[in-house]
Each structure stands twice: as structure tokens, then as C-alpha cells.
Write a protein that binds this ligand. Structure first.
Ligand code: APR
Ligand code: PHB
Length: 385
């Protein structure tokens, strides 16, 4: 078998890359380890920057997003019960759209009824310094795919980054001393906009998926297990971290999903190894506080698609040569913002009273400075590519 671009992973990065290449007439095949249902069952973030919305439109899969997505003009930061609204529209003239990653994935899957091989086991990358090919096992049979390029869109635990010799790659990492316990519930959101709350007991986030489905999070310790958290315990803890009116307005109910994610910042450099390119979570992880994970995956593949399409259309490799540096410049800025939001809003057990006062001073500065609010809004709604 032969294709132009072999894509590893059918998450939002791999599916969007495949879609953009399809529209430009560049042949590609996606290899995904899991089943389509499994991929669609994963609950992930749900805030899209305008750039990601525009990309969905360019990929001609934006119809349902515009019908069902919720456009948000701002967000609320809350510090020990004091609320500060960040008005994106007034500050930077941009908005974000609440639309679950699951829905993005579904729209992209529907636009691509074939040429994705699900449940491909033992995917292996070969000769990406020369004539690349990929092998995998499906139903006990080993397959081989020759290609011009490989796009590693297989997430943090994927095989692509792991195939690169250690000497050729440098990684940067910070693991935070806490996680987020998330709960999904079929109840209307407590607030029209997202609330990011810093409380003495730790961080809490009120988010949403639709007008009838909410997503809430509380900061938990690294040793906490989902089994330790009954729904009742979760709701009690969440309410304690919010101001009184919000807590009183909260509509609780039985969870339909509950999971814990460890918070981490991670970047791999470079993103190109011969004819292998990394994009999305395969290349970087952000802590979710800035809502940047999905958006970064989208901007990576937008740049990678442009570079690959340029190669096939004009025969020039300038775009491919520049991809790594171009994408990393934007990635590091999103890493910085996510790290900063995380630092402002979480309880850091080792930082003591001084650390807390610094966080409060930062919040007070934000509350009194339009320039600081504008910086937050500019980053949250998405920096230009
Ligand atoms: N072979 C084939 N597929 C693989 C392999 C492998 N060895 N390892 C992982 N995969 C698949 C996973 O099953 C998954 O479907 O690669 C896909 C990677 O998808 P994501 O993890 O969703 O990563 P990405 O597409 O880069 O999207 C980033 O996901 O984690 C969130 O917050 C993150 O929103 C961001 C987005
Ligand atoms: C979510 O809805 O899951 C969500 C929203 C905003 C974030 C993180 C997660 O910053």
C-alpha cells in the first residue's frame, strides 16, 4: 500500500490534518489504535478560540458548531469569592466558542467515512530519515504502508515521539503537585460564562458543554483516586470553593462521567525528524487552566497542512523546513499562558503564605488594570499564528 502522508492517530489533530489534506487533494491514510467509539467516548475540553472556529469553517465542518456552539463574550475569575469579569469582546474584540472536543471529533469523523484504519495494533514507524513506511497489525495480519511523510498525531503516549532517537530530541517538562477531578452532569450550567475560582481549599472551574450539560472541576491532590470522590463529596467541595450566590444556584445531579487528570506542562523540540513531523499532544501538553490543548493541536495541524500542501502544489520544502520553528513559537506562548493561569489560580502546597499573597496581589492587579485584563483576554481568545 502507498499514500502521500501517513497520519498516526485519529484525535482532533490527526482528523483535522487528514481533512485539510483531503480538501487539497493530498492522499493520506490515518492509523488509529482504538475504535471510533472509544475515541468519541473520551471526555476532553471544550473551549474553541476564534482561530479554531475559523479552521473548522475552512475544513467545511463548521455547520453544527455554529448551530450548537455557545459563543462566550467573557469569563469570570473569582478569588476568595471576589469576582472579576474579563470582557473579551470589549478588551480585544474577540470571543471563544464552547463546543466539546468530542463534537469536533465527531464532525471530522463524519466528513471522513473511510481511509481511517481503526484498531490498528502495534503501529511502528520505519526509515523516516529516508524512505518512510509504517507497519501495523489488524486482525492478526501485518500490513505495510509506504509514504512520503509521516505525521505523528498520536498524543502524549503515542508511538511517534517514542520512535525518535533520544539524542535527536529534547523535552521540557513541569509536573504540578495536583490534579483536576472533573465531573460531567446533565444539568444546566450554574453560570452563563465559565468561572475560574481560586479558593483557600484549592481551584475550582465551572464549565459547560451545552445549555443542559455542565462540566465542573476541583483541584485534588496527586494521590486522590476517583473512587475516593462520591458525587456528594464532589458537589460539597465544589460549592465550598465558590461564592455563596453561585453555590446556592448550583444544580447538582448524578455524574455521567468522573475522572482525574494530572496537570503537566511538556514540550518536545524539534517537531521534525527527517520525514516525520509531530503535532498536537504528541508534541506538547499544557495544563488545562488556559483551555489551550485542543486549540494548539488545531493550530499545529493548520501550519503542518499548509507546509505539506505547499510541498505538493509548488514543489517547495520551505514550509516543511520552517514548520518546527514556526509552530514552537506559538506553542511556547500558549505554554506560558497556561502555566501563568495555573500559577495564579491553584493552591501550591509548598508555596506557603508568601505565595498566596503573590496570587492575591496578581488578582488585585488584574482587577485594577485594563492592560493586564487585555493581556489575559488576548491570550485566552487566542494569539495569531
Ligand atoms: N498508534 C495509533 N494511534 C495511537 C497510538 C498508536 N501507538 N497511540 C495513541 N494513538 C491515538 C490515540 O488513541 C488517540 O485517538 O492517537 C490519538 C491522539 O489523540 P489525542 O490524544 O486526542 O491528541 P490530539 O489529536 O493531539 O489532540 C489534542 O486532546 O488531550 C487532548 O487536551 C488535549 O485537547 C487536546 C487534544
Ligand atoms: C472544560 O470544559 O472541560 C474546560 C473548560 C475550560 C478549561 C478547561 C476545561 O480551561
Amino acid at each position: 500500500m502507498r499514500t502521500q502522508v501517513a497520519i498516526i492517530g485519529a484525535g482532533p489533530a490527526g482528523l483535522m490534518l487528514g481533512r485539510l489534506l483531503d480538501l487539497a487533494g493530498v492522499d493520506n491514510l490515518i492509523l488509529e489504535r482504538k475504535s471510533a467509539d472509544y475515541v468519541l467516548g473520551r471526555i476532553r475540553a471544550g473551549v474553541l478560540e476564534q482561530g479554531a472556529v475559523d479552521l473548522m469553517d475552512r475544513a467545511q465542518v463548521g455547520q453544527r458548531l455554529h448551530a450548537e456552539g455557545l459563543v462566550h463574550d467573557g469569563t469570570v475569575l473569582s478569588f476568595d469569592g471576589d469576582d472579576l469579569r474579563i470582557d473579551f469582546t470589549r478588551l480585544v474584540g474577540r470571543q471563544v466558542t464552547v463546543y466539546g472536543q468530542t463534537e469536533v471529533t465527531r464532525d471530522l469523523m463524519e466528513a471522513r467515512p473511510d481511509r481511517t484504519i481503526y484498531e490498528a495494533e502495534d503501529v511502528d514507524l520505519h526509515d523516516f530519515d529516508g524512505s518512510p513506511w509504517v507497519s501495523w497489525v489488524k486482525d492478526g495480519v501485518t500490513h505495510r504502508l509506504d509514504c512520503d511523510f509521516i505525521a505523528g498525531c498520536d498524543g502524549y503516549h503515542g508511538v511517534s515521539r517514542a520512535s525518535v532517537p533520544a539524542a535527536a530530541i529534547k523535552t521540557f517538562e513541569r509536573i504540578y503537585p495536583f490534579g483536576w477531578l472533573g465531573l460531567l452532569v446533565d444539568r444546566p450550567p450554574v453560570s452563563q460564562e465559565l468561572i475560574y475560582a481560586r479558593h483557600q481549599r484549592g481551584f475550582a472551574l465551572c464549565s459547560q458543554r451545552s445549555l443542559t450539560r455542565s462540566r465542573y472541576y476541583v483541584q485534588v491532590g496527586t494521590d486522590d483516586k476517583v473512587e475516593d470522590w462520591s458525587d456528594d463529596r464532589f458537589w460539597d467541595e465544589l460549592r465550598r470553593r465558590l461564592n455563596e450566590e453561585t453555590a446556592a444556584a448550583m444544580q447538582t445531579g448524578p455524574s455521567i462521567e468522573k475522572s482525574i487528570a494530572q496537570l503537566r506542562s511538556f514540550v518536545a523540540e524539534p517537531l521534525r525528524f527527517g520525514r516525520l513531523f509531530l503535532a498536537g499532544d504528541a508534541a506538547h501538553i499544557v495544563p488545562p487552566t488556559g483551555a489551550k490543548g485542543l486549540n494548539l493541536a488545531m493550530s499545529d495541524v493548520d501550519m503542518l497542512a499548509e507546509a505539506l500542501i505547499g510541498f505538493y502544489r509548488d514543489g517547495t520544502s520551505t514550509g516543511l523546513d520552517g514548520y518546527s520553528a514556526r509552530a514552537l513559537t506559538r506553542i511556547w506562548k500558549a505554554e506560558r499562558f497556561s502555566w501563568w493561569m495555573t500559577g495564579l489560580l491553584h493552591d501550591f502546597p509548598d508555596d506557603g503564605d508568601f505565595g498566596r499573597r503573590m496570587q492575591r496581589a496578581e488578582f488585585d492587579y488584574l482587577a485594577g488594570s485594563l492592560a493586564a485584563q487585555q493581556s489575559l483576554a488576548e491570550n485566552y481568545t487566542g494569539l495569531p499564528q
